[in-house]
Design a protein around this ligand. Sequence first.
Ligand code: ZN
Length: 170
Amino acid sequence: MKMMEEKLKIDKISKGTVIDHIDAGYALTILNLTGLDESKNLITIGVNVSSKKYQTKDIIKIENVFLNETQMQQISILSPNANISLIENFKVIEKKKVKLPRTIKKLILCVNQTCISNSEKEPIDSEFTVLEEKPLKIQCIYCERIYKLEEIVFTSIEKKEKILKQRIRL
Ligand SMILES: [Zn+2]
């Protein structure tokens, strides 16, 4: 059994991206939010994989796909400890750590209806200041409302034809 587990963990992809050290339980939310779940490429997901560093973690491997900046930021909001590895010819050619920015622009909606970011006539891009990274706490720079991770409503930029708002479920 132990050997089977090890094999599953190191199963390699020839080209693409490995997102490792995702907080346990967040892999599916990340796939959905980043739009990667609509990819036609092979995706391997490990949920609650045992880890030395953190007790359990999730892993996503996607063939032939490299992440863009928006997707990296979305991952950093949900899972600030995640590592990204870019793979070519079965080898890691680059390793990146996602980095939660000091301010998060456009990716999150302020649900306060009276907030000027929701103004019907002249809507402006949302902007939040990160107050605390883990557990996440952010504040709308316009109406100063504070949100915890489980209260966040994301703007789904990748899914243009689908519903633009979605609430994550934890
Ligand atoms: Zn606001």
